[in-house]
Design a protein around this ligand. Structure first.
Ligand SMILES: N[C@@H](CCC(=O)N[C@@H](CS)C(=O)NCC(=O)O)C(=O)O
Length: 207
């Protein structure tokens, strides 16, 4: 039994979708950000980063979507959530996921979490103002170079699709219309049709 620590609206949705697709048995534990539960001593013992997602396994706790997604895919080979027998394709999937984590997510965080990088009001405002353009540039790159369709890896569905869906879902929060990126919008629509995505959304967005 796996336990995924999550917060509604957070990037932990990507890991929740992967678990829902995997057929593995899992439970979800919500952290209330409004009550700073991600910084409670009990949670920091599990995940000293004080962030979600974190996945408790029999072998210990894993943090970072990139790691959790690859782990879930490897623990559930029958679900075919990654090209496990093709090292190069697996590397491409990881390159895409790393771009989402290290560049796209971080670009988004400059809007809402600027205090991670600066204290001054002018700097915070500057970062927030630039965030939508940075995110647009990221999604233009994905649209034009990294989404052959129907899935991120082409014909093969993978956990990279769960991760892309999760960050696409944030675009409207920055006033960006996903229709500006037709391939991305089409991908988002197809993801929403998947039963596992519907299950993950219902479980992850509660409360
Ligand atoms: N690189 C991490 C990022 C995790 C992260 O920043 N999670 C956010 C939610 S999207 C969080 O837990 N924020 C809580 C906080 O900053 O206090 C990953 O991809 O898993």
């Amino acid at each position: 039994m796996y336990t995924l620590f999550f917060s509604p609206g957070a990037c932990s949705l990507a890991s929740a979708i992967a678990l829902a697709e995997s057929g593995l048995s899992y439970q979800l534990k919500r952290l209330k950000f409004a009550e700073s539960e991600q910084r409670s001593p009990a949670y920091l013992k599990l995940n000293p980063k004080g962030r979600v997602p974190a996945l408790a396994t029999d072998d210990g706790v894993l943090s970072e979507n990139v790691a959790i997604l690859a782990y879930v895919a490897q623990m559930a080979p029958a679900a075919k959530l990654a090209p496990l027998d093709d090292p190069f394709a697996f590397g491409r999937m990881q390159a895409f996921n790393a771009y989402l984590a290290a560049t796209v997510h971080v670009a988004y965080a400059h809007k809402r979490r600027g205090s991670r990088w600066a204290d001054g009001e002018a700097a915070l405002q500057d970062m927030a103002a630039k965030a939508p353009q940075n995110l647009r540039d990221c999604f233009a790159l994905i649209e034009n170079e990294y989404l052959p369709g129907p899935w991120v890896l082409g014909e093969t569905y993978s956990v990279a699709d769960a991760y892309l869906f999760t960050l696409t879902d944030w675009l409207s929060g920055l006033g960006i219309d996903m229709a500006d990126f037709p391939r991305v919008a089409d991908h988002y629509r197809r993801m929403r049709e998947r039963p596992a995505v519907q299950r993950a959304l219902a479980e992850h967005e509660v409360g």
